[in-house]
Design a protein around this ligand. Sequence first.
Ligand SMILES: NC(=O)c1ccc[n+]([C@@H]2O[C@H](COP(=O)([O-])OP(=O)(O)OC[C@H]3O[C@@H](n4cnc5c(N)ncnc54)[C@H](OP(=O)(O)O)[C@@H]3O)[C@@H](O)[C@H]2O)c1
Length: 189
Amino acid sequence: MRVAIIGDGRVARALRGRLEAAGHEVVLADLPDVEQAVRSADVVILDIPYHRYSELPAAPFTNKVTVDAINYDPDQDGSLPELEQVRATTELLARHLPGARIVKALNTLPLLTLSDIGPFRGDVPRPAVPIAGNEPGAKAVVAELLADLGFDPVDAGSLGDSWRLQPGMPVFGLLLDLDDVRARLALSS
Ligand SMILES: NC(=O)c1ccc[n+]([C@@H]2O[C@H](COP(=O)([O-])OP(=O)(O)OC[C@H]3O[C@@H](n4cnc5c(N)ncnc54)[C@H](OP(=O)(O)O)[C@@H]3O)[C@@H](O)[C@H]2O)c1
């Protein structure tokens, strides 16, 4: 797949290595190259600070499968009063990019896990990754991409349910197998 990663920071670079090792074509795009990178991509992965999502141009994202790998971090992003309207941070992103086929994924993984190059070997349990989205077709594309990277995707419901993937929740920041992810999603409240 042609994958555009928006952001050129630590997470974007770690993911690029992993995606390229799995045979995907990757472009990293900072502003002002976002528009062209998104238009030519099959899948877009957002790896920018949360408070900057409103800088993204909405039009090129129309019909694009878009992975929201962003976490809201109050220390870095500051206080955002608009977050009081929603439970899942991705809901504000979805309002800003109304045409995008958004799937919340990859935000739960520790940076070191994303940095490992290549798929995991058969003798190591595949880490499971929860994904949430409103559209089964978009989720299927992201699930295929995650499987290529050596992860087991786990359906965690709709975008509205994606607060279960956010910092502080039981699945966040840990390397877990399929059963663990399912059990911890069920624990979230
Ligand atoms: N374990 C983890 O740490 C982890 C795992 C998954 C996801 N995440 C999430 O991934 C995101 C990125 O984290 P990071 O550590 O890679 O951050 P980072 O090192 O600070 O890099 C952020 C990058 O995004 C660029 N950027 C900012 N606004 C942009 C915009 N509107 N359009 C295009 N590019 C933009 C920045 O460019 P400039 O410097 O030019 O502004 C910078 O290259 C965060 O939301 C983080 O929560 C973190």
